[in-house]
Design a protein around this ligand. Sequence first.
Ligand code: GDP
Ligand code: IMO
Ligand code: MG
Length: 440
Amino acid sequence: MRVVRTNAGTGNGGQQMPAHVIVGTQWGDEGKGKATDLLADDVQYVVRYQGGNNAGHTIVVGEQVLKLHLVPSGVLYPHVTPVIADGVVLDPGVLLEELDTLVGQGIDVSKLRISGNAHLIMPYHLELDRVTERWLGRQRLGTTKRGIGPTYADKAARVGLRVQDLYDMKIFRQKLDAVLREKNAILTRVYNRLPLKAADIETEYAVYAERLRPYIADTGSLLHEALERDETVLLEGAQGTLLDLDHGTYPFVTSSNPVAGGALTGTGLGPRHIDRVIGITKAYVTRVGSGPFPTELDDDTGERMVQVGGEFGTTTGRRRRVGWFDAVLARYAARVNGLTEHFLTKLDVLSAFPTLRVCHAYRLHDEEYEHFPPHQSIFHRARPVYTELDGWGEDIGDVRDFAALPKAAQAYVDAIEELSGVPIRYVSVGPGREQTLGRG
Ligand code: GDP
Ligand code: IMO
Ligand code: MG
């Protein structure tokens, strides 16, 4: 028997096998799209590892504005292979529309590769996402209604349909018939909705199957082989640490694992492959949908932050909730993800405020919490304890060198770095690629 020795199986003998993870450190919308696009300049693969088209990533290159939901943010570079990996949930109709839009904008999408293990979002998932939210009433999560939760629920219940099932329509129909019996019973008897027809779904998905065929690949092998060739892989998280199903503000979370650990289970790479974990962190905090938010601003300052920051969702257009920077959450994100560095975004938005606040701890009754509290009731009722910092009151969008920032802006970045305990290696002062300052 011939034993094939690979780096992946036998230890890398000190050789670099560089995969970097990009992860949102807050409740999403930190500017991951911009950061990924920028860092993709010198990598060969950009990989989405979890979530689905609940994500909305805006990329601005010169006059061109791209809004991506499922396609990885490296797609703009001809040298990058974008990959949708195993841990993603995929709505094929939405993906094809997104690809058509990109092609219409002159972007070549032919290198895209999609894992056969990714789970399919089905019409009944969309319907169930809508009706369950309605039934939850005041307890609703404020989901994006893209069918994400119901699809991951079926994956865990082992009744999901996967991308690979599209290429054996007999199996596809068998699985669909079995699962649709239950879904239709729930839709009609519990929620008083109309039943869905298996034949209609099969016809619709068979068309998707043909159009997606050229993109399907064994993405796990693809990535391992790339790493063995010493190519660089960028693993792009969607959502953010506090929306993580296990480590976020449950139940006000998404149904996947955006944290760095999710990049491994979502792709089939191992911990040894990761050499950098880059936390994308907004200079203040935003959140879409329901759930606790200790530093939230409901006043005029908050309204100004929404307007200056353009804080309206890329996917649903909803107004984002906003608040001051929260260092307790930043420390938690550093720990949960094993961050090696931060990419700080939207510093320019804070130019609009004469004084700034940073939350360094929470208080509840007589107790102060420097770390994320272990019980959700404490987190829900905790009040932020703030440090005040001077604003700088001038536009910084044209600054291209960290040392040229106003002293108060430098002090703000230094304070966040110190409070979160992780070096800030990039500072973003506008949506454009060129509006990014390197820092050490
Ligand atoms: P993502 O989901 O993490 O990729 O973030 P989104 O794209 O949903 O939201 C971030 C928004 O902020 C987008 O509209 C970006 O174009 C924009 N953006 C990113 N970085 C900056 C920045 O440094 N300054 C400003 N003003 N806007 C930024
Ligand atoms: P990006 O990748 C911000 C939020 C929803 C809701 C909760 C659950 O652009 O940062 P879901 O549809 O996932 O079941 O909704 O998660 N949410 C996001 N918030 N940015 C996102 O993605 C989000 N994806 C989901 O608003 O509160
Ligand atoms: Mg977004």
